[in-house]
Every structure is written in C-alpha cells, then in structure tokens.
Design a binder for this molecule. Structure first.
Ligand code: FAD
Length: 586
C-alpha cells in the first residue's frame, strides 16, 4: 500500500515554505514513527475543518445536499472569529429597501473594485450579484435578524448590516440550525494536524484531541478547509509582509487565539497554489493588552478628543481620516507607531475594544494610570520626559492646535472647518496631559490557497487538488477585498464561499468512498509549546470564560443548570442548551 505522510506542522508555522509530502511504504512509516499510526475513528461524506462562520455554512450546505458531515473544531466551542466581529456587507437587501436605499450589483461592484484596488473581479461581481439572496436571505431564514445599516467611507450606498448587537447573533442561529441537523456531527477540541492523501486524492484528516492527546484518523472523499486566517501567528505575518510596506518593529496581535494559520500549511502541502499572501489587513490603533504578560496582543483604541503626533511631536494626518488614509500615513512613519495626545477632559473620551473585561474603571486602572502604557505629566515638560517625545515639538503642536480650535478651522489637515465640525474637537489645556503610544495590529488575511469558482482548491496550473475544498478567511475570502479590507467584506464572503465549497464537496463526494489509510505525525510540538507557555491546550475557552465569570462575580447558575451540566456537552440537546450562554460574554 502506498501511503503519504505530511511532515510535521512546524511548531510556529513560521513561514510558508513547502511542507514535504513523501510516499512511503507502511512498514517504513512504522519504523520511523513507531506504532503511532492513529486508529480510524470515523468515515463520512464530507469533513469540514473549522466551525467558524465559513465552516458552519459549508457544513449546512453540504448536509442540505445529502452529505453526512463531520465538523472538526480545535476550540471547545463554535463560531470562530464571528463571535467577536460586527457586521456584514451585503447588496440589494430587504433591509436596504426598507430603509429607502437603492443598491444594485452594479453600484456595489464599482464600490468594491474601487476600494480594494486589486480585488478579483469575478468574485466581486458574483458576490455583488448574489449576496442579497445567498447570504442575507439565507442568514435571515436561519434566524438572524438584521436591523441596522451603517454608512462607511467605501460604500456609496450604506450596506454594512448589523443585528441588534454583534455577529454573535448571526452565528448562534447558524449553530442552532447545524446542531439540529442529524446529518452534521461535531467534534470539539479536535485539531486537524494533517491531511491524508492517497494516490493524489485527499481522503481524510488526522486530528488530535487537545485535551486528551488522543489522535484519530477520519476519512471522507471530500475535505473542506475552513480554518480561518493566520493573523495570530506573528512569524507567519512577518514572513508574508508586503515588500512595499515598512515592517513595524512592534506589531501586536489583533486576531483571535485560533488564527494560527494551520490550514495554510495543510493546503500548501496538498499542492494548493498560495496567492495574495502579502495582502493583510493591519489596523493602526492598537495598545498592548495590559493583562497579557507576553505584551504581544492588542486592544483597539480610539479617542475623538485626541490629536495624533509622530516621534517629533508633530501631527501627521487628519485624525478622522479613513482606514486607507491612516495606513498610508502611518506606514511612512519611522518608527511605524504614533502617540495620541489628550488632556484630562479628553481622557474621559478614551475608548477601548477587544476584551470583554473592559469597562470605564478598567480603562482608568489599566491604561491611563499605567505608566508602562501611558505617559502622564502635570506639565508638558513632564509629559515629554516620560514619553520620550521632544518638549518643543509637542508644545508647538498643542499651541497650534489650540489656536485652530479657537478660530474653528484645522489649517493643517482640514479635520474641521466652518461647515464641518465633528464631535470631540476640543483644546488641550487641562492638566494632567497624556501621551498614549499606538502600535499597528494584525487583523485579517486577504490571501491563501487559490480556489476555483466551485470552491475547489487549485494548484499553480489552476487544476483542482482532488478531494480538497476551502472557504472563508483561509482563502482570503476569494480575493474579494483586493489590497484593502472593506467593512463587512469578510463575514458575508465567508458565508458565501462556505456555502459554495460545502455544496461542491457534497456533490463531488456522492458515490465515492475514501479508501487507503494514510498516516501523519501530529503537531504535538505545538501543543507541548502551549503547555510550556502556561496554557492548557484544549481549555482556552473554558479558562477565559470562567475567569471572566469570576471577575464579574457570576454564580455558576448564570450559565449552568440541569440542561447545561458542568462538563463538555454530551449530546445535541446539551449543545443546543449551551448556546443560550454565548451572549453572557459576547
Ligand atoms: C476582532 C475582529 C473583528 C472583526 N469584525 C469584522 C466585521 O465587523 N465584519 C467582517 O466582515 N469581518 C470582521 N472580522 C473578520 C471576520 O470575523 C473573519 O474574517 C471571519 O469570521 C472568518 O470566518 P472563518 O470561518 O473563515 O474563520 P474563523 O472565524 O477564523 O474560524 C476558523 C475556525 O477554524 C478553527 N481551526 C483553526 N485551525 C484548526 C485546525 N487545525 N483544526 C480544527 N479547527 C481549526 C478555529 O478554531 C476557528 O473556530 C473581524 C475579525 C476580528 C479579529
């Protein structure tokens, strides 16, 4: 029997160098790895790797097309990044019509191509044409209720859709629908470490249960990768940094725990052509998360009462510029970082996002009164000494700013003038003064394994890799964003590409069985690394949610009752009951 093995996923997936696929006889494998060949655990028509919004959409669509589906998820809960995300860009929807806006595929196509600059016209056209039905109507039928539309700089017609709250209100109905479907099975804490390949066709996966360490082989003639982006893997972000942009000395992580990039390594090994890997959404409004001892993760900040200065203490752009203008301006700074200056009045307007524990008191305690993060001075001289900014620079900038506020016009960057007076414009004159240093943060991936129009992963010659499909942020949502991420253009396209991949995977699996056991080494090193870092592999969500509950002084019955016992859900009924607790934190 010919077996294929995948070289172990490198512990940090630190760059996308080709991983090795070697055909070896079984005996040799056994010699190499001892008796580590994992036992066959299951056989399905379609395996979906990742239970984020793309994976859930793929699973539902595959089941709808007659497939028996297994979803393998590394986390102990589903939803992926969508549970911490906001809104969806969708075109020509009932909500837009209800609010009196006329949108159309033609207008949306123009907007998206102009904003993204290098977006894939095929996918943009298709998304613009079909998202009103295939995303909006489909999600609405599943139980999501969109009620709010937000106008954004890239759209000539408001098309950034929100529920009452965040996208958790979309993911929970999707999970409910999937948990109610008897053709979809879930395995939690189960991280796929390798793809199984037999005679050039993907035939299954090897996965490890991160809590128990048990490994298993799961077979299916179709495997959909929906593992999300790689923005929590700083080594991978740096290795794929665009050559025309300055690599910041300090880059904070602004994506979720599970955006490790696993799927990129797996897809590349299987023969996928990796495209647009350097297109990455970077935000320029991060402060180090004060509760992260490693100093690598970010909170997102904003303060409409602040002015932004470079290392010379000079303003360098209008503080109300859009994300594209901001990226262009901050990228040119040396170092790629800036300071928000504000006074005591402005301190009240400092906002933070990115962690559920943040409230007004936490902002003061962890940020404003924290000398590691914020410099504070009763005089500008003291502020300069503590922040390292030149006193002359910040003094001149603040005096000029205060004069412009008095006359009502920003002569430097036209942030405000006689006709346009945005909120928050105020002089900086009430001590103490603050200088909060801002760093870039990683956020979303806009490239990945190439897919064809049916969601099949393709190689450099555009030929499908048999048995392998991909969707969601892993694919850079099919190039819909081009070089600049838009508002809501990840969630909607993740659903869209998820449905397409799930459908094709189901249809192409019909009548096929996957045969031929394959073998891989697992990424044990990665799990050992997590343990060495003091993390408990497989317990991340458990630990975070219970710590938050204890900080908020919840009693156990806030989340647990007879239907939600204090252990992993044992069946569908318990999985469904648990969904009522998601909005306690999200
Ligand atoms: C803070 C934040 C806010 C955002 N806000 C918005 C917004 O308002 N609008 C918008 O359009 N986009 C937004 N985005 C982006 C958007 O949330 C994501 O692009 C989208 O959710 C991606 O969905 P996905 O299913 O492709 O991947 P993910 O949500 O990342 O899900 C992938 C899943 O795969 C699992 N997984 C990974 N590796 C493995 C493995 N080896 N084995 C098994 N499972 C694995 C992960 O645990 C995860 O559950 C935001 C992103 C962030 C970080």
């Amino acid at each position: 029997m010919i077996l294929a093995i995948q070289a172990k996923l490198e512990p940090m997936h630190n760059r996308l160098k080709p991983t090795v696929g070697i055909a070896l006889p079984a005996l040799l494998l056994a010699v190499l790895f001892g008796c580590t060949q994992p036992a066959m655990q299951s056989s399905h028509d379609v395996i979906v790797v990742g239970a984020g919004i793309a994976g859930l959409s793929a699973a539902l669509e595959a089941a709808e097309h007659g497939a028996k589906v297994l979803v393998l998820e590394a986390n102990s809960v589903g939803g992926g990044h969508a549970v911490i995300a906001g809104g969806f860009a969708m075109v020509d929807t009932e909500l837009q019509r209800k609010k009196g806006y006329t949108d159309s595929p033609e207008i949306a196509f123009k907007d998206m191509m102009a904003w993204g600059e290098t977006a894939d016209p095929y996918w943009v056209r298709r998304y613009a044409r079909e998202s009103g039905t295939d995303v909006y109507d489909w999600l609405t039928d599943a139980g999501a209720e969109f009620v709010v539309l937000i106008d954004t700089p890239e759209d000539t017609v408001p098309r950034f859709h929100f529920t009452r709250g965040t996208a958790v209100n979309v993911v929970v109905p999707l999970m409910r629908k999937a948990f109610n479907n008897p053709d979809i099975e879930f395995m939690w804490n189960t991280r796929v470490t390798a793809l199984a390949k037999t005679r050039g066709t993907i035939t299954g996966v090897v996965a490890v249960n991160e809590r128990t360490g048990a490994r298993g082989y799961h077979s299916a003639p179709s495997v959909v990768l929906a593992t999300g982006g790689f923005q929590n893997n700083l080594d991978m972000v740096r290795a794929n940094w665009p050559t025309d942009r300055m690599l910041p000395d300090r880059l904070l992580k602004g994506a979720g725990q599970f955006a490790t990039g696993d799927g990129y390594v797996l897809a590349e090994w299987a023969g996928a052509d990796m495209r647009r890997m350097d297109r990455q959404v970077t935000f320029y409004n991060g402060v180090p998360n004060p509760r992260d001892k490693t100093g690598t993760t970010a909170l997102v900040t904003e303060n409409p009462a602040a002015i932004w200065v470079d290392s010379n203490g000079r303003r360098f752009m209008s503080e109300s510029g859009d994300s594209k203008a901001m990226a262009a301006a901050v990228d040119k700074l040396k170092p790629v970082s800036f300071w928000m200056l504000f006074d005591t009045n402005g301190a009240r307007r400092l906002g933070l996002r990115g962690a559920p524990w943040i409230d007004r008191n936490a902002v003061k305690r962890y940020i404003l009164d924290n000398p590691v993060i914020t410099a504070k001075g009763v005089t500008l001289r003291e502020l300069a000494l503590k922040s390292g900014l030149p006193e002359h620079g910040i003094r001149t900038t603040i005096e000029t700013w205060n004069r412009m506020v008095k006359v009502g016009t920003d002569f430097q960057f036209n942030r405000f003038n006689e006709e346009h007076k945005p909120r928050g414009i105020q002089s900086l004159s009430k001590a103490p003064y603050y200088a909060l240093r801002i760093y870039p943060l990683t956020r979303k991936s806009m490239g990945g394994p190439a897919i064809d129009t049916m969601g099949r992963v393709v190689d450099a010659d555009d030929q499908p890799v048999p048995g392998l499909y991909a969707a969601g942020e892993l694919t850079g949502v099919a190039g819909i964003n081009g070089s600049h991420g838009g508002a809501g253009t990840f969630l909607g396209p993740s659903v869209f590409t998820g449905r397409i991949a799930g459908r094709t995977a189901a249809l192409e699996s019909a009548g096929k069985t996957s045969q031929g056991l394959t073998l891989t080494k697992s990424n044990d090193a990665l799990i050992e690394q997590a343990a060495a870092d003091g993390k408990r592999p497989g317990y991340w969500h458990f630990d975070v949610s219970h710590r938050l509950g204890s900080e908020r002084k919840y009693s156990c019955d806030n989340c647990h009752n007879a239907s939600i016992p204090m252990r992993m859900a044992a069946d569908r009924k318990e999985m469904l009951a648990r969904l009522s607790t998601c909005t306690q934190c999200h």
